[in-house]
Ligand binder design. Sequence first.
Ligand code: AMP
Ligand code: GLY
Length: 424
Amino acid sequence: MKNILLLGSGGRECTLAWKLSQSPLCGKFYIAPGNAGTGAYGINLPISYNDFEAVKKACVDNKIDILFPGPEEPLVAGIYDFFKNDPALKHIIVVGPSKDGAQLEGSKAYSKKFMERHNIPTAAYKEFNVDSFERGVAYIKRSEPPIVIKADGLAAGKGVVIAQNTIDAVKAFRAMVMNAQFGEASKTVVIEQFLDGIELSVFAFTDGSNYVLLPEAKDYKRVGEGDTGLNTGGMGAISPVPFADDAFMKKVKDRIIEPTVKGLKDEGVVYHGFIFFGLIKVKEEPYVIEYNCRMGDPETEVVIPRLENDLVELIQKMADGKLNEVTVQHSTKAAGAVMLVSEGYPGDYPKGRAMTGFDKVKGSLLFHAGTTVKDAGVVTNGGRVIAITSYGDTIKQALEKSYENAALINYEGKYYRKDIGFEF
Ligand code: AMP
Ligand code: GLY
């Protein structure tokens, strides 16, 4: 039996909590800080996951065996190294990469250079900073729009601008580099070629040498129907992805996943845990748009329900370097998730709105995202409020069930996209 501490408070963490708590190998189970949903699967601890000393104390006090950071922030800030360098913590299994490995997500410039070194297909790019600003402007002027401008560091999902013309591109570039729009994160900027294709998310779980593939997924990032409007953290997701057929996935494995895992190993980068490949299919060819060092949200809400293996056992195999002994079993059912959000999201939104209707939901899984408990009731506490996931023989059937139940959960200012999975 393993005592587990899961870090995070979103729909991803609620899904992971649901899954981990089902394992016969799961001992005492804690989530920090968690939400109103995770409380059903374990004990919520009111600590911030960015406060490593508080996380340490929780691990020591509760005799934790496995630390599972859900979001990227603590990983990019080096929680793995913090644990491995502390005699009181170093025996704890950390599900995630070292600080160096997390740079795959923490620095776009690092990940682009990594891909270049290992010949991994990605958009052509150049990197600029304050000192090379004028050269950056010249590069933009030579480029064919649309032009993609990316802040190097973490910018809470807002650091990417797709400019339709040179003037807007220069404006975005100037705001990031000269006016420090995203602070330190945009001191360096990557300018890259626009790739025209369809996106999907692929997840590998690695022990540093071997890897297993989880079911692939597609998320719906735009707030508006028909993929319009502002980018969000994700308004819904589906799995499997119909266009990710065997021939395409073979290319993904051969050209992207294997060179990535091998490249990290060859360079001596310590990497255990999830690698999230944000991919784009251009004609029949896969390219990497981005790497993340964690699971996706809301992809987790459809990927994990389709994973039939025991997740604690997979984590133990990862820690033992024995993922080569594992065969991943996927459900043949499709899964579809619809995210209910707060009015105003991804801009400003209200919090504390009372939620009702949970008891009416039938045939779907509810994964809380931005919720909390107040006066013994559940209230909204974030932009993305709750994910409703269903299984079905087809994606369409799964989503029909999720939509039936989406209508039954109520709070003031509820909004959700009615067209998740519209292409399939
Ligand atoms: P990222 O934060 O790198 O995932 O970028 C956010 C979103 O911007 C992606 O999900 C894509 O929709 C889009 N994007 C990023 N880079 C490119 C690119 N080179 N070509 C086309 N779209 C892109
Ligand atoms: N759904 C995209 C992400 O988790 O970054």
